[in-house]
Design a protein around this ligand. Structure first.
Ligand code: UP5
Ligand code: MG
Length: 194
């Protein structure tokens, strides 16, 4: 992490909306560091650390891992990076995440906006199921997906509403093609001066 306050853009949206896909393009074009909270948690789970089993249980059930664990992983990953631009993908996902971040990181970063990739449940479920054969994810199955969607509606949508009230939400219709979504994402990043 550099000496000036790190710039953060959050990326939120339902499971399979294309957060990771669009983040890859943002990284290539705007030189952000991509930190997917889900990827960080899966890596921690695979490391066999003392929290591994606990994390796996939450992921399988589509529940949100206790905030202290997630923030610790994000903070460590930020400190390990030299640059100043961070895309935080899939976080904050509930009120606890939102408050925990505000308390621990709020005054340490310059949070610019939230890219909200929005699409309906049917579209996002189909995308995750298509990906299931290659993803190896314990939560890419119909049962886990239903739970992930309920968690998204009950816990994450209220957080997106909070960002909207703060004027930080930038919504894109993510049900379009990857290229069409990318065109809209580029407009948002250009408008923000990146
Ligand atoms: N695809 C992408 N865009 C497309 C498009 N426009 N048209 C057609 N196809 C498109 O994309 C999913 C699939 O769709 C891919 O095959 C892609 O090619 C295709 P992807 O970019 O991977 O979507 P993404 O939104 O990143 O989906 P992901 O499954 O990663 O979203 P989730 O939010 O469900 O998963 P995440 O990894 O963030 O979290 C997983 C779990 O970790 C959570 O359920 C929770 O248990 C836990 N978690 C926490 O507890 N706390 C956190 O802070 C974060 C995660
Ligand atoms: Mg993802």
């Amino acid at each position: 992490m550099s000496d000036t306050k790190p710039v953060v853009v959050f990326v939120l949206g339902p499971p399979g909306a294309g957060k990771g896909t669009q983040c890859e393009r943002i990284v290539d074009t705007y030189k952000f560091k991509h930190l997917s909270a889900g990827d960080l948690l899966r890596a921690e789970r695979n490391s066999g650390s003392e929290t591994a089993e606990l994390i796996n249980g939450y992921i399988k059930e589509g529940k949100i891992v206790p905030v202290a664990i997630t923030i610790e992983l994000i903070h460590k990953a930020m400190e390990a990076h030299d640059g100043n631009l961070f895309l935080i993908d899939g976080f904050p996902r509930n009120a606890d995440n939102f408050d925990g971040w505000a308390e621990r990181m709020g005054d340490k970063v310059d949070a610019r906006f939230v890219l909200f990739l929005d699409c309906d449940e049917e579209t996002s479920t189909q995308r995750c199921l298509q990906r299931a054969a290659s993803s190896g994810r314990v939560d890419d199955n119909v049962e886990s997906l239903k739970k992930r969607h309920r968690t998204y509606e009950e816990s994450t949508m209220p957080v997106i509403d909070l960002f909207r009230k703060e004027g930080m939400e930038r919504r894109v219709d993510a049900s379009e093609s990857i290229d069409a979504v990318w065109e809209k994402v580029k407009e948002i990043f250009a408008e923000a001066g990146f």
